[in-house]
Design a protein around this ligand. Structure first.
Ligand SMILES: Cc1cc2nc3c(=O)[nH]c(=O)nc-3n(C[C@H](O)[C@H](O)[C@H](O)COP(=O)(O)OP(=O)(O)OC[C@H]3O[C@@H](n4cnc5c(N)ncnc54)[C@H](O)[C@@H]3O)c2cc1C
Length: 265
């Protein structure tokens, strides 16, 4: 194996989810001001690629489509051992649904040819459609194995892949070029050292816009997205919290009074 591409999606940090808001017009997430982290399953995709690198000296390339503010996420991937990172960022990409996103990622992957393997997460924390990996594979005309729970490389090219299915597991043999999407069972992602994190701060990131991919504007962004958000229903809160104060006996009395007043017993 010579080159493994890892698709890493920067997703809103779950610690900041209480600050997430939706655009009332496009009904999409407003991501500005919300820090991003590596999508958790993409850490497993990266670990699989790094294990191939450790054993076979393959080059590991990180690919992400995200706003420029997501650069720290790519740097973190570099600190873990990736060789280089490409950030795809352009106003023309904004509003892309999963199909337009897949077209953009696939065009970038074509530019990174030749490659042996593309590693993805099985799904993301935010969109969570699990559509992007199969669509990329379809556009590139290569096979795709989803739900990968184990992967080993035999020799330089033969992959033994375990795929999780509803009733159990399937063992498959495959050869590159191939796209795999990983579950959390696949491996234990490594942690970066402090020195590697510092060193990654100075590493160069490649920033590609649509001028580098040359995709027709009708195929990307909102214009190139057949999926449109029709409406959004926010679940109404029906529960009401009540804070009781005082000694345990006083709080028990308040609770009993409340239950009686509401006629619940
Ligand atoms: C009408 C519409 C407008 C939208 N507008 C925006 C917008 O303006 N900005 C925005 O951020 N999102 C927008 N989205 C959401 C966007 O389409 C999805 O975030 C994106 O297509 C990925 O889908 P997903 O999260 O379900 O990925 P999944 O298919 O669940 O992802 C599986 C794997 O694919 C790879 N992957 C997925 N996305 C990326 C990526 N971007 N970069 C690298 N690897 C990736 C990762 O390995 C990931 O683990 C919009 C969606 C719709 C329907």
């Amino acid at each position: 194996m010579d080159r493994v591409i890892v698709c890493v999606k920067p997703v809103p940090d779950p610690q900041a989810w209480d600050r997430l808001r939706l655009d009332p017009v496009t009904k999409t997430l407003i991501r500005e001001g919300i820090p991003s982290v590596i999508n958790p399953l993409d850490r497993h995709a990266l670990e699989a690629a790094l294990e191939i690198k450790d054993a076979h000296a393959a080059e590991v390339v990180i690919l992400a489509m995200a706003p420029a503010a997501a650069q720290p996420v790519l740097r973190e991937a570099l600190s873990l051992g990736a060789d280089r990172a490409v950030l795809l960022s352009d106003r023309a990409f904004a509003g892309s649904d999963t199909l337009a996103t897949s077209r953009i990622l696939a065009a970038a992957i074509r530019r990174l040819q030749p490659f042996d393997l593309i590693c993805c997460g099985n799904f993301t924390l935010d969109g969570s459609t699990a559509q992007v990996p199969s669509q990329i594979a379809e556009i590139l005309g290569i096979p795709n194995i989803m739900h990968v729970s184990q992967m080993t490389l035999e020799g330089d090219k033969r992959l033994l892949v375990t795929q999780k299915i509803e009733q159990g597991y399937v063992r498959l043999e495959a050869e590159p070029p191939l796209l795999l999407s990983f579950t959390k069972e696949a491996n234990k992602p490594r942690l970066g050292s402090f020195l590697e994190i510092l060193a990654a701060e100075k590493r160069e990131l490649a920033l590609w816009t649509n001028a580098d991919l040359n995709l027709e504007e009708a195929l990307i962004g909102l214009k190139g997205s057949p999926t449109q958000m029709a409406d959004l229903l926010v679940r109404q809160k029906k529960r009401q919290g009540l804070r009781l104060e005082g000694s345990p006996a006083e709080m028990a009395q308040q609770l009993a009074d409340k239950i009686h007043r509401l006629g619940l017993i």
